[in-house]
Design a protein around this ligand. Sequence first.
Ligand code: PLP
Length: 474
Amino acid sequence: MKIGHTNEETLKKLWEPAAVRKLGRQLADIATAALTSKGGPVRKPHSEKLAAKIIQRATKKPDLAGLVREVQKASLSLSHPRYGAQQVAAPIPAAALVESVVAAMNQSLAVWEMSPIATAIDRDLMMRFKKLLGYPRTAEGSLVPGGAFANLTALLAARDALEPRASKSGNARIALVVGAQAHYSVARAAAILGLGRDSVFKVPLNQEFCTDVERVHDVFAAARRSGFHKFILIGSAGSTPTGSFDDLVALGQVATKYRAWFHVDAAHGAGLAFSHRFRKRLRGISRADSITFDPHKMMFMPLSAGGVLVRNGAYLTQPLQEQAPYLFGSKREWPDIGQVTIACSQRFDALKTWLVWRAYGGQLWDTLTTHVCDVAEVAFQYCSQSEILEPVHEPHSNIFCFRLRRSHGRESDLRHWAIKEELNESGFGYISSTVLNGRRVLRLVVMNPRTAASDIRAILRRVEQIATARQIRA
Ligand SMILES: Cc1ncc(COP(=O)(O)O)c(C=O)c1O
């Protein structure tokens, strides 16, 4: 497809202010629909076929805004109040809309000279997170694309703190002691950092699906028997499957006893620090040596917005010092952020979170995070009284797993999967599933601040109907 006959014509068509403005307005309308629409199906039926059709038609379609509108209309609707599947948020509108400005300015935070204002804003944001999580000003950290990157970065700092020559020699023998519910990115980070997946030792869970503190000592002993003398202990502050919060105070004490690096993966739950009612779940987090936190989860930022903090900043900066004279080397008040983060091209992801924090204050997240947790509690109450469904646990936050009463064995795994599939394909609601204690269960993750208690009850009623109808058909 030709844009213009000459180079000049092409540049004019793409950059001419009136044309850019027109396109911007059209795209802003589409973004508004994605952010605010509440009706229609959560996911359109036959989405695989729909995707193929859109891709096929795109080659013939010169109407750019029309194409984007088509993609938006066909996509999974996270703004729908009955969306409750995974830990991906219905974004706060201001945060999503500012993304086009971030892309338009295209500041890269690797070096101050490419991002003079963005660097200052990024640092102001990190200072706010330090304060929120009870860290000293001397802690160091950066925004990263998400929790997986944050865990990798924190474990890099931990590895080099415990084995100072590891970055150079590539040799480190360190055991990672983690709850059985830890996110897979921990084992992946162990593999990437040369520690190896075999160095990950899992602690069984207690009845609340938290790391069982009583059994941590046995796991340290097992690691010792395997020849490990240096340890990283990882606590979950909002586990992925059930949103359960470990006892961070107790785990911190265990870490001290074994002289282990203590990392807290609060990718999911750090947002609860804003909630007056639920912040107690994070008690002990400020004692951690490093923390993972994801504003794109319980702070309702659009992807991507992850973050990592290391209490003793030197442990983060040391393994990330590089020689790159075309970038680094200046002595300024502001750091070159490329020296405290793995990425070189570092997107200005700070703006959206900083903007919302400055414009609305932390009270906004107090309201929103508290609300999504309250709504998960409604789901628990509903299932406790249902004759068809039962809770698998009492929710600590906004994730809640439930299952069919009177359904057991492998047959039950298939039934739960089929119910989730039928609900999601219907477009009425959207949930996920996971495996707990070896059996598949249904999982609700409330990530939309506009989801009301009535939406949750409607989803659960529909699940009951689907389960009953499938039982009759069987
Ligand atoms: C506890 C926890 N840690 C880390 C991650 C990975 O985060 P991200 O998807 O932002 O990379 C997740 C994602 O769900 C998580 O729940």
